[in-house]
Design a protein around this ligand. Structure first.
Ligand SMILES: Nc1nc2c(c(=O)[nH]1)N[C@H]1C(S)=C(S)[C@@H](COP(=O)(O)OP(=O)(O)OC[C@H]3O[C@@H](n4cnc5c(=O)[nH]c(N)nc54)[C@H](O)[C@@H]3O)O[C@H]1N2
Ligand SMILES: Nc1nc2c(c(=O)[nH]1)N[C@H]1C(S)=C(S)[C@@H](COP(=O)(O)OP(=O)(O)OC[C@H]3O[C@@H](n4cnc5c(=O)[nH]c(N)nc54)[C@H](O)[C@@H]3O)O[C@H]1N2
Ligand code: SF4
Ligand SMILES: [Mo]
Length: 703
């Protein structure tokens, strides 16, 4: 397709001469698989009005979430950081004085140079995540890391377990196009996710399917807004989806829903799998998942009888120690029935593996030194408090450069994270849009632009477009983009790479051309370049992404790391989770809230108002047994820490399951520490990954 074939070119247009408003295209930068195409009302060179979903992208289809629709509230927030700051009180005290950009950057560089001289370059750890998903502004920090031989980055807080579990069977991070469900699926399964909260576009398409008569099944430990829309809600115990999938496969083989032609042609070990699941009937799965046998059987029949069954695999159910194994077990279902063969059938977890973009220039891949230690993002608490193993027996971390993330809220084992941030020998620079709880611990705080104030480009996970954006409005005060901070620090630290000398637009344009993609201007004018692979390939009908082209029922888990050897070779219940005990009888799910996005939007008044207060949703029978009434204060705790929230009886979840949506700021808890005080920094199997929904806790009613 040539760029000119696009009929929805998003050129800036006037909304009416009398209003002076122009509608300008952009893309949502937030850490959400939808990567929505946006239309932004520009009221003046510095102000925006409403933000709407664009029709130019048929996945966005004109719909976005409420929090981004109200972006004016965030971008024009009175609390935005607009000046560089230097700490003048104790760490965390929020006492800062204004300072110039050049003085601030000089201090950061001096400190990093001095610390590296004392302990070696690995003592500095650039720490980032996906506050913006723009590839240049997000990942450019790695160029500085590699140029300076600072500690390397093992990214584990989000997709480590889900990526591993999906790729273990399928072979690549791509799948069938979710838009197919609109017209073609007769069954849609939303597995382990709550898109009503976390990616509204899945619901747009699921509801189109449902209107046509397709059935909707939701598999989630509690009755989410998504589950409320479903024909069938399977309220599993957290961390038991592997058992459910195996029980379902038992029925599929036993009742003749397995497609043996497909199995022989497209999969590695169908006979072994059939023999293995024959030993694990629905009664076995019922005992582990807590679901009634009849529910498991009727879901299996629904799945087996569907002509086009589509599974949307979400991240939520992978956030357990056995999350990769569970994700893999779920991906086995369409390989058993051959659901991949039908339009509207198969599965999708994410498409990001399909884009040809090279990040070499952005990240300075030519500078990578594999001998430099790699530290685990999710193990920040143990790392900052001197855990030898977490530090890989190397020097302490004494310098942090933080962009795009708020670990003082989002990291597990939060007590350790906060203890670490308070260390007097630790120098911390935080580049942020707000004085977050992380920024409050910093020695130097730098004010950052928002996505409408800089250029960038974006892959997507939920759809197949690659999109370039241009700055829409001027930033307030002295806010600067991430690329500026990286390039200016590079100068002062003596780091050399061409990327530090280029503008963001030049980096984008060169990266795109080197990757054989449309140049930046063409992409922007066209509203994005579509990398859809076509029906055959996206459904793996030309084979799965392995040399022998076969889906793997028996993944080589040990290829991902030595702990892979502990894992069952065929799909199973891999029982390494933090099971409930008599001392800690509840299993906690620390799920995403609807109008917060991780820690983002916790600063906007409308989101705070809608989320009300930190709340523990509990089965009404558990509440009755503990004499807990709606609104009572309860303490949730375990060996890592504790916090206090208000209880709410909620039907639709099993006894022994407690759900706290977040991520609320720590200051919203009377203990001063939030839900991640109890979540664990243990790495999931086989190769790391955070386990936010795999936590045993005790609950105490407070007077
Ligand atoms: N509003 C909002 N949107 C967000 C976010 C947010 O915080 N708020 N976060 C963003 C980010 S960073 C990401 S990665 C995506 C994630 O988005 P998705 O991939 O769509 O996954 P989630 O919706 O996070 O999944 C959460 C759901 O998983 C369920 N769950 C937890 N454990 C289990 C289990 O063991 N089995 C099953 N079957 N279900 C389980 C929880 O109960 C919860 O309903 O969302 C993004 N979008
Ligand atoms: N309890 C619990 N904890 C969780 C999860 C959960 O489900 N439950 N989910 C986990 C998951 S999936 C994830 S991905 C993590 C995410 O954790 P984070 O990455 O920390 O989350 P965000 O809130 O998306 O982004 C953080 C910050 O980036 C800043 N930011 C945005 N754009 C820019 C920019 O252009 N420049 C700079 N310098 N800063 C910018 C924002 O102001 C915001 O403070 O949280 C994890 N923590
Ligand atoms: S649904 Fe996700 S990508 Fe779309 S506007 Fe909301 S946060 Fe952004
Ligand atoms: Mo995430």
């Amino acid at each position: 397709m040539s760029p000119d074939d696009h009929s929805h070119a998003p050129a800036t247009r006037a909304k009416g001469a009398e209003t002076g408003i122009t509608i300008v295209p952009s893309v949502c930068p937030h850490d959400c698989t939808s990567t929505c195409a946006l239309e932004v009302e520009r009221l003046s060179p510095t102000r925006i009005g409403r933000v709407r979903g664009s029709q130019r992208n048929s996945y966005t289809a004109g719909v976005i979430c409420e929090k981004v629709a109200r972006y004016a509230e965030r971008i024009h927030h009175p609390d935005r950081l607009t000046k560089p700051l230097r700490r003048v009180g104790p760490k965390g005290s929020r006492q800062f004085a204004e300072i110039s950009w050049s003085d601030a950057l000089d201090i950061v560089a001096e400190q990093f140079i001095a610390k590296a001289r004392q302990y070696g370059s690995e003592t500095i750890w650039p720490y980032y995540y996906a506050g913006t998903m723009g590839l240049v502004q997000r990942d450019g920090i790695n160029r500085l890391r590699h140029a300076m031989k600072y500690s390397r980055w093992f990214s584990t807080i989000c997709v480590a377990l889900s990526d591993t579990g999906w790729i273990a069977g399928v072979g690549a991070k791509r799948g069938a196009d979710l838009r197919e469900i609109d017209d073609h699926s007769d069954l849609v399964v939303i597995w382990g996710g709550n898109p009503v909260n976390t990616q509204v576009n899945v619901m747009t398409h699921a509801m189109r399917a449902r209107k046509r008569g397709a059935k909707l099944v939701v598999i989630d430990p509690y009755r989410t807004g998504t589950a409320e829309q479903a024909d069938m809600h399977l309220a599993v115990r957290p961390g038991t989806d592997g058992a459910l999938a195996v029980g379902v496969m038992h029925v599929l083989f036993k009742e003749g829903y397995a497609d043996w032609d497909y199995l022989h042609r497209y999969t590695d070990a169908p006979d072994e799998l059939a023999a293995h699941v024959a030993q694990r009937p629905p009664e076995w799965a019922a005992a582990i998942t807590g679901l009634p046998v009849e529910e498991i059987v009727s879901f299996a029949r629904l799945y087996g009888q569907a002509k086009a069954a589509f599974i949307r695999c979400h991240h939520g159910f992978s956030r357990s120690r056995n999350g990769a194994a569970n994700m893999h077990a779920v991906t086995c279902l369409p390989a058993v029935t051959g659901a991949w063969k039908a339009k509207g059938g198969g599965a999708l977890y994410g498409h990001t593996g399909m884009y040809p973009i090279s990040k070499s220039l952005i990240e300075g891949h030519d500078l990578i030194d594999p001998s430099i230690r790699e530290l685990d993002q999710s193990r920040l608490g143990p790392i900052l408090t001197g855990d030898r193993e977490a530090l890989k027996n190397g020097p302490p971390v004494t310098g942090l450069l933080i962009q795009n993330t708020n670990p003082a809220m989002v990291c597990p084992e939060l007590e350790l994270v906060h203890k670490g941030f308070k260390r007097e020998d630790l120098f911390t620079c935080v580049h942020e849009q707000f004085l977050t709880e992380t920024a409050a611990y910093a020695d130097i705080v730098l004010p950052a632009t928002m996505f409408l104030e800089h250029d960038d480009f974006y892959t997507a996970s939920g759809h197949t477009y690659f999109q370039v954006t241009k700055k829409v409005v001027e930033a307030p005060g002295e806010c600067r983009e991430n690329h500026y901070v990286i390039s200016e620090l590079a100068k002062r630290l003596g780091a050399t790479h061409r990327g530090f000398e280029m503008t963001v637009w030049e980096i984008m344009d060169e990266s795109l051309k080197a990757s054989g993609m449309w140049d930046a201007e063409t992409n922007w004018r066209s509203g994005g370049q579509d990398f859809h692979l076509g029906f055959e390939t996206s459904h793996f009908l030309d084979g799965f992404a392995w040399p022998d082209k076969k889906f793997r029922f028996k993944p080589d888990w040990s290829a991902y790391g030595p702990r892979g050897r502990d894992m069952p070779s065929l799909p199973d219940h891999f029982d390494v989770i933090d099971n409930a005990t008599t001392d800690k009888p509840f299993r906690l799910v620390a799920a995403p809230a609807r109008t917060f996005l991780n820690s983002t939007f916790t600063e906007t008044p409308s989101s705070q108002k809608r989320e009300v207060r930190p709340t523990a949703m509990m089965n009404p029978e558990d509440c009755a047994a503990m004499a807990i009434a709606d609104g009572d204060r309860v303490e949730l705790g375990n060996e890592r820490g504790s916090t206090i929230v208000h209880a709410k009886p909620k039907a639709g979840q099993q006894r022994g399951v407690v759900v706290v949506e977040g991520i609320w700021p720590n200051r919203n808890f009377e203990t001063g520490i939030g839900i991640n005080a109890v979540t664990s920094a243990d790495p999931g199997w086989p190769n790391g990954g955070a386990v936010f929904h795999d936590t045993a806790v005790w609950i105490r009613k407070l007077p």
